[in-house]
Design a protein around this ligand. Structure first.
Ligand SMILES: [Zn+2]
Length: 414
């Protein structure tokens, strides 16, 4: 039996060695990682992980969504599984820490818990396509039953190529749709990830304990004026959609910084029609999204931005169409897991703060299936999805130790 007295600590040199091994496939000369989901480099990384699983005497399991896991299922043990994990895929020309650090840390935790005689089922998961090279959070949405055939037949990139890479990996769309796990088989899901922002670094905090993932709300805002000759139309006679759109873009920034401090909003694209040098823009469509953890605030911000769009249109005598395109709802992390992380932080003498995650993670899909929690370790300079992504080793070790002690506490309490 495992002893519950005192803190456990990870084996730092083994953790470092495993992390280095897991970041070799797809490594780029500038210190980054290039292994989009289901690419040759990604499949090679999975093979590496599978070898590590076998070498350390665990059972490797691949499910129908391609998720690869290291399993420790003691015989005669029917209690629900504690799952830990993250992802080995990267964005194109991404960094070494995003995802892979979480898999390496979870694998280290698994080994330490087994060494301490843990007799509870444990599983360390490498989820398929977290980054959405094809379908965002594909593996974790598959096992939590949140994928539809439509999601899978409308991948990023074209369907034919997607089907070809699936086939190469031994997967299929119908297989992915039947990869769902049962909620009652899982006790909780824990993940460690880099912050990918500067909140921890700036506040000199060791660990970020994620309270939830922000909701993401997407809009198309179209300003309609009149296309006209760029030479002969007097400035005073124009109905220039470009001006309304530009004014709106600035108002988005003002509105959020002045009145909605915990939200972010972004104009990521503007489409001009007809879209050329010598014609006053007749129509401009603005692609805008906003993110916040608070559904009520999202509604208030949406209303404020709608008013900003109307104001901008009126200023330049334009028509306006404000269309809500799509929302990804916010997701709360489970209080029991948050508390287990906080207990780990204080037992180890670290500092922590609660914060929302501004990016999507596998833990948000898993929250639909079981009690889920996520911790962040600091990202130097906030760089991510780039070869400049970096977390100092001490922070990686601290995070893994918090993950370990929270996992131990949770298995003891369920
Ligand atoms: Zn990630």
């Amino acid at each position: 039996m495992m002893t519950l007295a005192g803190n456990l600590h990870i084996n730092e040199s083994r953790f470092r060695e495993d992390f280095q091994r897991l970041t070799r496939d797809g490594a780029t000369p500038d210190g980054g990682l290039n292994r989009p989901a289901l690419s040759i480099a990604h499949l090679a990384a999975r093979e590496t992980f599978q070898d590590m699983i076998w070498q350390r005497g665990f059972t490797a399991r691949s499910d129908l969504a391609g998720n690869l896991s290291a399993c420790h299922y003691p015989s005669m043990q029917t209690k629900p599984v504690l799952m830990l994990g993250s992802h080995l895929d990267s964005v194109k020309d991404g960094g070494r820490f995003d995802g892979t650090l979480g898999v390496a840390a979870a694998f280290e935790v698994l080994q330490v818990l087994r060494e301490h005689g843990l007799d509870r089922p444990l599983e360390v998961m490498d989820f398929t396509d977290e980054e959405g090279t094809w379908v965002s959070l594909m593996g974790s949405r598959a096992i939590s039953g949140q994928l539809t055939r439509k999601d899978l037949t409308n991948p990023r990139g074209d369907l034919e190529t997607f089907q070809r890479v699936l086939q190469r990996a031994g997967l299929s769309i119908s297989g992915i749709l039947s990869a769902k796990r049962n909620a009652e088989d899982l006790c909780a899901y824990l993940e460690l990830h880099i912050e990918q922002g500067t909140r921890l670094e700036k506040s000199r905090t060791d660990i970020g304990i994620v309270t939830g993932m922000v909701g993401i709300h997407m809009y198309l805002v179209t300003f309609s004026g009149q296309a006209n000759h760029a030479g002969t139309t007097l400035m005073s006679e124009r109905h220039d959609a470009a001006l309304g759109a530009s004014k709106f873009c600035l108002m988005v920034q003002e509105t959020v910084t002045e009145r909605f401090p915990n939200c972010v909003a972004t104009v990521g694209r503007m489409d001009f029609s007809p879209g050329t040098f010598n014609i006053v823009a007749g129509q401009v469509t603005v692609f805008m999204e906003l993110r916040t953890e608070d559904a009520e605030r999202a509604e208030e911000l949406q209303q404020a931005l709608y008013e900003a769009a109307e104001h901008s249109a009126k200023m330049f005598d334009l028509g306006i169409d404000f269309q809500h395109l799509e929302s990804v709802t916010e997701r709360r992390m489970h209080p029991t897991v948050i508390e287990a992380f906080e207990a780990g932080v204080s037992a180890l003498g670290f500092s922590s703060r609660r914060l929302p995650s501004l990016a999507g993670h596998d833990a948000q899909s898993m929250a639909r299936l079981c009690r889920s929690g996520l911790i962040f370790v600091p990202s130097a300079g906030g760089f991510s999805h780039s070869s400049r992504e970096y977390t100092c080793w001490e922070d990686c070790v601290n995070g893994a130790n918090v993950l370990l002690n929270a996992a131990r506490q949770l298995v003891a309490s369920f």
